[in-house]
Design a protein around this ligand. Structure first.
Ligand SMILES: C[S@@+](CC[C@H](N)C(=O)[O-])C[C@H]1O[C@@H](n2cnc3c(N)ncnc32)[C@H](O)[C@@H]1O
Length: 255
């Protein structure tokens, strides 16, 4: 029983294993209250369009049960509810982020389709092959072990189910990258300091992009986890990429 279990998960979440996970969890706990506001300002609301496109790639049926890994304040989860998913579970290890998601649920259109669970995306409590789709947005850079993350996504997905991820990636040199670098590595930490009173968190955000793998390497890790048909779609010259993949099932095996 997913919905009833949601609040119990607050008590049952096992301790996190890695120091990096702890640090990331504490940082999101700290900035939760200003997260949505800063997200809107920093992304110029472009993220809303990418989220809809990402959801469109995994919704193959209208009663689909979908998992959102690292749901945060629930933006991707609520967009999926409004885009026709049957039921959506949002999982995150930051309780303050989930509390905000839970508050939004009361006023959200189709909020009744949504449930939230406190837990780690590296060892969540869900059964094997439980979900028709698994999605995640702006989480990969924060994860301590991407291979475990993708293997876990693969485990909980039904055969024939689809996976999609949106995230930010380092840019190769171009005219666009000069402006982008100025904005993202200089201005964003300053805006974070001003509005969230937490410059270090937004400095971390910029650094996590600068030090992240190229999208091709992430595609390789997704494949290594067992996924098939891994493809990448690039937005803003590759500053944001959408990775799509499938778990082999009857339909894929037959083709
Ligand atoms: C940048 S926010 C993105 C939130 C949301 N997906 C969105 O698109 O706005 C990253 C979220 O991932 C969560 N997160 C990071 N690593 C996680 C992990 N290992 N397990 C669960 N949640 C994690 C953080 O707590 C945070 O809420």
């Amino acid at each position: 029983m997913l919905w009833g279990a949601a609040f119990h998960q607050y008590l049952l979440m096992p301790p996190l294993n890695s120091a990096r996970d702890h640090a990331v969890q504490r940082m999101f706990d700290r900035i939760a209250g200003r997260y949505d506001l800063l997200n809107r300002i920093i992304s110029f609301r472009l993220d809303a369009r990418w989220r809809k496109q990402a959801i469109g790639t995994i919704l193959t049926r209208h009663d689909a049960l979908v998992l959102d890994l690292g749901t945060g304040t629930g933006d991707l989860t609520f967009t999926a509810a409004q885009s026709g998913a049957g039921r959506i579970v949002g999982l995150d290890f930051s309780l303050p982020m989930l509390r905000l998601a839970q508050q939004k649920k009361n006023n959200a259109r189709h909020g009744e389709k949504v449930g939230f669970v406190l837990g780690s995306a590296l060892e969540s409590p869900f059964k094997d092959a439980a979900f028709d789709g698994v999605m995640t947005a702006f989480v990969l850079r924060n994860v301590s072990d991407l291979s475990i993350f993708f293997s876990h996504a693969f485990r909980v997905l039904k055969p024939g189910g689809k996976f999609v991820s949106l995230d930010m990636f380092p840019l190769s040199r171009s005219w666009f990258s000069i402006f982008y670098t100025l904005y993202f590595y200089r201005l964003v930490p300053w805006i974070g300091g001003l509005l969230a009173h937490d410059r270090s968190a937004y400095q971390y955000l910029s650094e996590s992009v600068r030090q992240f793998y190229p999208p091709e390497q992430v595609a390789y890790l997704i494949e290594q986890a067992g996924f098939k048909r891994v493809t990448v779609r690039k937005f803003l010259n590759g500053a944001v990429c959408m990775h799509m993949a499938e778990k082999a099932g009857a339909s894929i095996l037959a083709s």
